[in-house]
Ligand binder design. Structure first.
Ligand code: B12
Ligand code: SF4
Length: 671
């Protein structure tokens, strides 16, 4: 099947919408290929606006890996804003890719990356605009296979009706395997139709195909069991883990956004996984084990990326960047290399210790000192033991004192509200801590113009974490605690005026909680919300709590379950959870033991520096922790502009049939 660009029709609409540049494509390092010359075609979607979706590393990596193959074409698509959606409906323009403006419905596969559950309604908009039946069982060979991925895909059950397939975990190798299976099936003349293709994907063991599993329920609404309904389909589906990150130095040529975006810098992922064991953190749990990128690999990715993008800032990305075993070498090496240039370096700081301030100082050698960010997450020592965030108040005060003494003027502290076992007192301790920080800061700096901002998010219990059994705190309780906290902060005028407080009300978190631990009975709820106008639920100006409450009331009326059943209900040890057949490697017994330890306020060490505590991941997944120190140095040793850097063969220009519109000519128009 051939396809054509819808740009001529789209172009007519662009003068009538906000930020039209986000729809034109042709970014530096983007790719367009000849449709006919390729065998397998992927549309890759981030279900949010261009400004959030474009900088997404996950999708950028998959886009590049797929396009490096000559027989594969991959293009990107993002959610269109409601103003363009209305015009597209009026004028019959389908959901399109930004690269060559091809209709998304013409591709073989539509890969969608879910970082947050609040993107689910945007998936439905794209499917509907793309003229792809919303439900998987309504699709034929004419329609793309809709594949979900990203962290939220570790419990895809609430959107199981709308997805054909799901990948848990890292996508680098998975997308290539899916591509091969699809190519072979197409070459053979598509035997057995769509059903056979999905079966082949499911059989591979690393792709979850929801329709091949039946869910049975108890009368009280709990799940009795989830069983495959086909012989060739495995009982459990395993997550994917890319082990040697140096073999996958992507993105080698990061995309440069055309319009303003949330991340105006280049990011280099310095390691994946985290074993600190914060009990609320799904990302830390599902990405185990820790796999570090080598010092040389990082140095080379920074050099090549800067060369190919022209960015002036590099962020060293991971779940806790200061934990890289050779972070001192990395930061010093980069700071030396880029000293005297316009290149700024940043490290999203989360660890609360003075070492982190040293690193920040090192990185700030070249530029201005913005703010420093730390995440104690809980206000009292007690609650920090419950969540396994081993930070003492002493550590925090020592760290911020060092920061203020070193010239930093602004410190940001992240907290959560609504944590298991939390009391009002735990939350009020946040105010006391912030005041101590300001007091210590004024003393250390000798100035009064320093600031401390506290940013507070509502806690949402997540699948595959020790808190997966916990009752979520009701939004009214969270809101009440936050009101009392604000009063406590403002109670002391002299210190309070140096403290900024940022928080959201508890209602979006309540819906995120519904979707995070939900099951297939929520499919109709998601669809109802979408039909009632739900779009961009992650954006406060578009989110409607009432729409979700009403949809739950209508669509769950004939079931024994409701919104509170999914959210504020504590689960029992042996309850079958909707994601139990999806294997993140973590043993359920270990997660339960860790949950009990949380209730007993017992902490758990990090297995990077202590013996393995048998969470189950490494033996189940056949993986291992990969960390240094290796004692190597960052290459090239020569500062920028003084010599030829050592090249890593992994970065040699790819052999591909690719054009990069706009790169050389400055032409930003569509391909
Ligand atoms: C940078 C970042 C941001 C940036 C940029 C977001 C962006 N556009 O990418 C900003 C600041 C905007 C942001 C915002 C948010 N973020 Co954020 N963010 C991150 C961070 C630090 C890095 C993400 C990243 O690039 N990872 C590296 C890439 C390579 O990994 P990846 O995206 O998971 O992709 C891999 C796989 O998942 C898979 N994959 C991904 N998609 C697909 C699709 C298919 C089809 C397949 C097959 C595979 C696949 O393949 C990829 C390669 O292996 C992570 C923490 C972390 N280190 O992961 C948090 C993180 C992803 N964010 C998180 C959250 C909660 C948010 C917000 C919801 C916060 C908020 N309340 O507003 C918003 C959501 C934004 C949105 N609407 O989408 C959480 C997600 C929670 C979870 N479920 O685990 C994380 C894990 C942080 C945390 N510890 O809690 N974020
Ligand atoms: S199996 Fe052991 S070494 Fe591997 S992540 Fe779990 S605790 Fe750490």
């Amino acid at each position: 099947m051939s396809t054509r660009s819808v740009f001529p029709e789209l172009e007519q609409l662009l003068p009538r919408v906000s930020k039209p540049v986000q729809y034109v494509g042709g970014e530096l390092n983007s790719t367009t290929k000849d449709w006919e010359a390729t065998e397998v075609r992927w549309a890759l979607m981030y279900p949010d606006a261009y400004e959030v979706g474009l900088p997404n590393q996950g999708l950028m990596i998959l886009y590049e890996i797929l396009n490096e193959r000559e027989d594969v074409l991959a293009e990107r698509t993002y959610s269109v804003w409601p103003d363009l959606e209305a015009l597209m409906r009026e004028h019959g323009v389908p959901q399109f890719t930004v690269d060559a403006h091809r209709p998304v419905g013409d591709f073989d596969l539509l890969g969608v990356s879910f970082a947050t559950e609040l993107g689910y309604t945007n998936l439905l908009t794209a499917l509907d605009l793309g003229r792809i039946p919303l439900r998987s069982d309504g699709r034929t060979e004419e329609h793309p296979v809709v594949v979900g991925g990203g962290h939220a895909a570790f419990n895809p059950e609430p959107i199981a009706d709308f997805l054909d397939a799901v990948v848990l975990g890292d996508g680098e190798e998975a997308v290539l395997e899916i591509t091969d299976i699809t190519r072979d099936w197409k070459r053979e003349g598509a035997p057995g139709g769509r059903d056979e293709l999905l079966l082949r994907l499911a059989e591979s063991g690393g792709v979850y195909v929801p329709r091949f599993y039946d869910v049975e329920y108890h009368e009280d609404g709990r799940i009795r069991r989830v069983v495959p309904n086909r012989d060739r389909v495995p009982f459990r589906v395993f997550k994917r883990t890319t082990m040697d990150l140096d073999q996958w130095p992507y993105p080698k040529q990061p995309l440069v956004p055309l319009a303003e975006s949330v991340h105006e810098r280049m990011s280099v992922e310095i390691f994946r996984g985290c074993t600190r064991g914060c009990r609320f953190c799904q990302a830390g749990m599902i990405t185990r084990p820790v796999r570090e990128r080598s010092v040389e690999g990082i140095g080379e990715m920074v050099r090549v990326g800067l060369e190919r993008t022209g960015f002036e800032e590099v962020g060293l990305l991971s779940l806790s960047s200061a934990d890289h075993s050779e972070i001192a070498e990395i930061t010093k090496g980069l700071a030396d290399r880029y000293e005297g240039t316009n290149t700024g370096l940043s490290l999203p700081s989360t660890r609360v210790d003075a070492f982190n301030v040293d690193l920040a100082n090192e990185l700030a050698r070249n530029g201005r000192r913005s703010g420093l960010t730390f995440a104690p997450e809980g206000g009292s020592e007690r609650i920090r033991r419950v969540i396994n965030k081993m930070v003492s108040e002493e550590d925090l005060i020592r760290t911020v004192t060092t920061a203020y003494a070193n010239g930093w003027r602004q410190v940001k502290l992240y907290f959560m509200c609504g944590l298991p076992t939390e009391t009002d007192e735990d939350v009020l301790q946040i105010a006391r801590m912030a005041k101590e920080v300001v007091r210590a800061g004024r003393e250390a700096s000798g100035r009064r113009d320093i600031r401390c901002t506290i940013s507070i998010g509502g806690f949402v219990p997540k699948p595959h974490t020790p808190f997966q059994w916990a009752a979520q705190c009701a939004p009214e309780v969270v809101d009440g605690r936050l009101r009392r906290l604000r009063a406590e902060v403002n109670g002391d005028r002299s210190l309070g005026r140096s403290i900024g407080m940022r928080y959201h009300d508890g209602r979006p978190s309540h819906i995120e909680g519904l979707l995070s631990r939900g099951d297939r009975r929520l499919g109709p709820v998601v669809e109802r919300v979408w039909r009632d106008g739900g779009r961009f639920d992650g954006w406060s100006e578009h989110f409607s709590y009432q729409r979700w409450v009403d949809a739950c009331a209508t669509e769950l009326a004939s079931t024994p379950v409701d919104l509170d059943w999914y959210t504020t209900r504590e689960r029992e040890e042996h309850e079958v959870l909707p994601w139990d057949h999806l294997d993140s490697g973590l043993e359920k017994e270990w997660l339960w033991a860790d949950w009990q330890d949380a209730l007993d306020e017992r902490e758990q060490d990090d297995c990077r520096w202590t013996p393995c505590f048998d969470c189950g991941v490494c033996p189940t997944m056949g993986t291992d922790i990969e960390i240094g120190p290796t004692g190597r140095t960052l290459l090239p040793i020569t500062p920028v502009g003084t010599g030829s850097p050592v090249r890593n063969p992994a970065f040699s220009p790819p052999d591909r049939a690719v054009t990069t519109p706009g790169a050389a000519t400055g032409d930003r128009g569509p391909a």
